[in-house]
Design a protein around this ligand. Sequence first.
Ligand SMILES: [Zn+2]
Ligand SMILES: [Zn+2]
Length: 216
Amino acid sequence: MRQLLKIGVTIDKLSYIFYSHLHPDHTGELVPLLFATKYPQTYERRKPFMIVAARGFANFYEKLKLAYGEWIELTPGLLKISELDTTGRDHLDCGVFDVDSLPMEHTDMSLAYRITEPGGRSVVYSGDTDVSDNLVALAKGVDVLICESALPDDMKVHGHLTPSLAGRMATEAGVMMLVLTHFYPECDKVDVAEECRRTYHGPLVLAEDLREIDIT
Ligand SMILES: [Zn+2]
Ligand SMILES: [Zn+2]
């Protein structure tokens, strides 16, 4: 919410929120968002918004309500939840754009999303994942692949990628541009771009907060 404010977007302007999975580093701000949507009159919502997530999200929200109760319960009809399949490809027509999803190798309810605008330009966000044929399939020929690259090549852990593995996924998928993100502090000690160059030779961006990328 703080980062959105820096680009002049208040939370009442959000139409969609996509969750790749439920780990706290990805969902930690859900409770403050719901609370801020409900209470200060300034941010009281006028139009409904949708949370898109893997099947099981509604149950996760119910569990949060066991702890926070009505503090995070919104006016009926304001929040819609759309749950996508955790076992195979799924699709959601959002009107202004289309969404395709496939399960990733991380938790048993982790998804990557491909968002395609009517003109055909598209972006894939991997969420968190290990090496994944589904990621390669979802990202085939995409304009921008935003891919996790949590740890350096020599510190690989189960459930996450490294720069050269993310590069391999990007090369296999034939993406137009690769954006690496989700860097653990260990990444500060290595040359992430150089490690990625072992397997990928196209346009490469190391993500920073508030970075904007034009797709032409
Ligand atoms: Zn995770
Ligand atoms: Zn994560």
